[in-house]
Design a protein around this ligand. Sequence first.
Ligand code: 5GP
Length: 114
Amino acid sequence: MAQTIFERLIDGEIPTEIVYQDDLVFAFRDINPKAPIHILIVPKKPIPRIAESTLDDQFLLGHLLLKAAHVAKVIGLEGTGYRLVINNGHDGGETVPHLHCHILGGRLMDWPPG
Ligand code: 5GP
C-alpha cells in the first residue's frame, strides 16, 4: 500500500516541526490549523483509521490518548482546556487514511461540532 503523507513525515522524508515523539507515537503541527493551537498525534504504526484498529492495538491506543494529554499539557493548554478529535471515514471528515488525533486549543470550541 502507498505511504500516507504522515508516514513520510514520520520517516523525515518531508520536514515538519516535531512537537513530541517516542517509539510509538509522533506529534506535529497541523499544516492548516483550525485553532490557534492545532497539533496532530499519530501512531507510528500506520493504522488507517480507528475503525480498523484491533485488540492488538489496545496498548497503542491508550498510549496515544495519554500522550495527547501530555502534549496538551506541555504546550500549555491544560489550564484553559482543549479538544481531542478523531475523524473516521467520509462522513467523519477523515482526509488522511492514517489514524490521527487532533489536539485543538487556544480558543473556545463550539458544540456541537460542524
Ligand atoms: P482529517 O481531516 O483526516 O481528520 O485530518 C487530516 C489533517 O492533516 C488536516 O487537518 C490537514 O490540515 C493535515 N495535513 C494534511 N497534510 C498535511 C501535511 O503534509 N503536513 C501537516 N503538518 N499536516 C497535514
